[in-house]
Design a protein around this ligand. Structure first.
Ligand code: GTP
Ligand code: MG
Length: 191
């Protein structure tokens, strides 16, 4: 798939704020700071369309981006950030949950995990839940540029085992720095 256009559509907290219409959507999920917004920017070749930050908890709303005029990429707030006050964490969780549970447009989820670390308990929970709901899911291992080739391969094996990925389940090493994995991800999203 070639990206010909991308634009920000809207930010939403609750279902009534989601964009109207029936365009299909692919959402980016993963813990805070894993690189969701950076991955989105790299996919659509725009440096700063989605806001990124060194500080976890940058994305606090559900952000919808229209791509090629035919589908939405949806940048979700991250989960699992300990330094966010409990009340706020709870409201984020509800925001993400109600999006994943109620959005008929949602056709698939890209789950991002950090290639440098084994998946967290919340990553396992999220992946299990996506499978349980029958939502097509693919996994991207982010920040692949931070590992040597052999460490990356080792890490991919651990991620595959911990998440109990089946043979055919996509696990794509990705780097927003180098663009590694961009083509594969675009193919998975297209599917
Ligand atoms: P929240 O919105 O807080 O949930 O975070 P996020 O998942 O959107 O992460 P974001 O894209 O803001 O990236 C977090 C930090 O990781 C930033 O400092 C990015 O520059 C850095 N980062 C993201 N992807 C990569 C990558 O592929 N390689 C490297 N080296 N750094 C990355
Ligand atoms: Mg973000």
């Amino acid at each position: 798939m070639k990206i010909t256009s991308a634009e920000f559509v809207t930010s939403a907290v609750k279902p009534p704020h989601y964009p109207a219409g029936e365009l299909p959507e692919v959402a980016l999920a993963g813990r805070s700071n894993v690189g969701k917004s950076s991955l989105l920017n790299k996919l659509i070749n725009r440096k700063r369309l989605a806001r990124t930050s060194n500080t976890p908890g940058r994305t606090r709303l559900i952000n919808f981006f229209l791509v090629n005029g035919i589908f939405h990429l949806v940048d979700l707030p991250g989960y699992g950030y300990a330094r966010v006050p409990v009340g706020e964490r709870d409201s984020w969780r509800k925001m993400i949950e109600s999006y994943l549970k109620t959005r008929p447009n949602l056709k698939g989820v890209l789950l991002l995990v950090d290639s440098r670390h084994p998946p967290t308990a919340m990553d396992l929970q999220m992946y299990g839940w996506l499978k349980f709901r029958g939502l097509p899911a693919a996994v991207a291992a982010t920040k692949a540029d931070k590992l040597s080739r052999s460490r990356l391969l080792q890490s991919l094996r651990v991620i595959r085992a911990e998440l109990a990925l089946a043979e055919g389940d996509a696990l794509i090493p990705f780097s927003a720095e180098t663009g590694q994995g961009r083509e594969e991800l675009l193919e998975v999203i297209n599917r």
